[in-house]
Structures are given as structure tokens and as C-alpha cells.
Write a protein that binds this ligand. Sequence first.
Ligand SMILES: *Cc1c(COP(=O)(O)O)cnc(C)c1O
Length: 376
Amino acid sequence: MVDLVRQHAPLRADIDAAIARVLDTGAFIKGPDVGAFAEELAAYVGVRHVVPCGNGTDALQLALMALGVGPGDEVITTGFTFIATVEVVGLLGARPVLVDVNPCTFNIDAEEVRRAITPRTKAIVPVHLFGQPADMDRLLAISEETGVPIVEDNAQGIGARWFGAAGQRGDAPMTGTMGALGTTSFFPSKNLGCAGDGGAVFTNDDALAERVAMCANHGMKQRYHHEVIGINSRLDTVQAALLRVKLPHLDRWNDARRAAADRYDANFAGVASIRTPYRDPRATHVFHQYTLRLADGVDRDGCVAALAAAGVPSGVYYPVPGHRQAAFEQWGLASIHQPQSDILARQVISLPMHPELTALEQDYISDQVLTFVLQN
Ligand SMILES: *Cc1c(COP(=O)(O)O)cnc(C)c1O
């Protein structure tokens, strides 16, 4: 699905030097590269504060902790996402309120969000799924009307821009910077990945940034004086040093992902039983995943197996929507009606997608998909 060895090969000398520099100084925890990376990433995405942390799941948890989410509160989000988005709500003792997604963008449906708001709603968490921004114009309008803050789960969307109604602009805001808080992950396979675990929280709010940093550091601002119950969540210096080498290449890599998506789109054009990814004209898509929808007559799991037999990896993101997860049974979510998430869970298949894919590889992959779909 990704080829990190191929991605790192041309940068290898710089990466080795960056890691050697950390080893030479011995500053493994909160070394100078961590602060420098946070500043460089803040400048890149266009946000006042980047607070690095241990992974993208911690980033979500920290954002909700900074907003004071706890028992008795509700958090509105989507179940058609990686489990972490929903899990952290439950970990904090709050209730996840899952709403259905838009079948074109796969992202949270803003009208459903509006209907789900109650006096107990403490946050709205849209996910920029597969690298396509959620409808931030409508979500921000709802946030403004109701006073409920937005936490953008931008683990899959780093580098994407939301133009909105204003149209295509190079200086349009990046995803993760529009809500009260945004989060991201540097898991190796993400668009900006490190060589292990890493994550970050974004915010333009000075007080929230201070709270996130405090929660990530055992609830203390002053050493050994703990104001709240926090966690221990840090980005390792080695990972920060490596991310500083990779960040300047992110835009180029996202361009390469879009070009690869164009090639897949062309290969599948005109095939009635394959729906290629929708691209919202109000945003840039950074194609964390290239996800097809197969028509209901096509055996999706059979397609996954046929591709595997031909040496082609594929993924199903996500086969079980949040409302059907055993872990969330306590909230009685299984009875809620989420037709779009249920259909997508049955129909989606993601193909290999990374900046290093060659045209030859893509055409082979596409041929295998077409052979299966057209014969079954
Ligand atoms: C990867 C991911 C996360 C979690 O990130 P980790 O670094 O693996 O903890 C959260 N949300 C979404 C949508 C993700 O894709």
C-alpha cells in the first residue's frame, strides 16, 4: 500500500545525518529538534501553535481534554473513520454521538451534525477522510451558531486546503487550522510519516495551546506542580529530526499522490460498476487513500482476494462502521440508522497509493481490478 523504503532512499543521507545529530547530543526527550519542527510545521500549515505529542490518537484525546470533555458530555463525530476518533471520546467518559456521512465525500454530513446537537454537546469532530476536506463552511457556521467548538481530525489530510465558497486560492486555509483545534498523526504510512509514532495538535488559541501542552505533560506547567490529571505524550527528538527532513517534501509528495489519482481515474473511466473518488471542487484532496466504490453486484471481498492472488495489496477502510463496533455497545449505537456508512463499509476498496507509485505499477493494479470487476 505504501513504500517507505523507496520514499526514504533519496533522503537517506539527510535522515542519517539528522538522527546522528540527535545521538551525538543525547537530547532524546524534548531536544531542540522538537521545538524547531513544531515551529516549521506551524509555519507550513499556517497556525499559531503546534504542540507535538506521541501519536495521532493522543492528539485527539489531548484536544478533547483541553476542551474539558468528560462524563456527561456528548461529542458528535462520524463512525466511518479509524476507531481512534471515536475511542478517545469514550476513554474520557463522554458519549460519542455518531452521525452519518455524505456518500460522495465520505465525510460527516453537516445537516446531520446540526440535528444531533444538544445542550450536552461539547465538541464536533469532523475527519478529513482519505485526504478530502470535510465541508468546513457549513461546519464552521454550525459551530458559530451553537458555540460548540470543532476539533478537526486531520490525521489523513495534512497539506490539504479548504477554499470554500471563495474559490481556489493558494493562501486558503489548510485543514486542521480552521477549528478550535486540529490534530494530526505522523504514523509511518500517513502523508507525513515518521519512523515510528508521532502526532501533533494545532490551534490558533493561546490558552488552548497552553492547556494541550499541560495535559500532554502530566498536567503540569511548573515542574512537579500538577494542576490537572494529564498524560505523558511526547514526540521523540529522533522523530522530530526525521520529520524536519521530510516536511519540505510534503507538497511535492501530495502533488504526486494527486497525479497518481488522476491516472487511476483515467484507467477506470467509463466502467459503470466502479465509482472513482469524488473531488470536492471547494478543496484540494491529498489522497491519503485512493478509495473506489464497487457497485453492489460486485463481490468486494472477492476482489480483495483476487488482487492479493495477483500480488496487489488493497485495503478496506473501514469494514465495520463505528455504530456496529462491539466496543461501543454500551451506548446502544447498533440501533441507530446510518445507511450511508453501512453501504460504504460494504462497497469500498482502497488501492496502493503513495508518491513513489510508477505508471507501470498503477496500470498493472488497474488491470487486475478491471479483470475482476468485468468478469464477476
Ligand atoms: C491514523 C489515524 C488516527 C490515529 O493516529 P495514530 O498516530 O495511529 O494514533 C486518528 N484518526 C485517523 C482518521 C487516522 O487515520
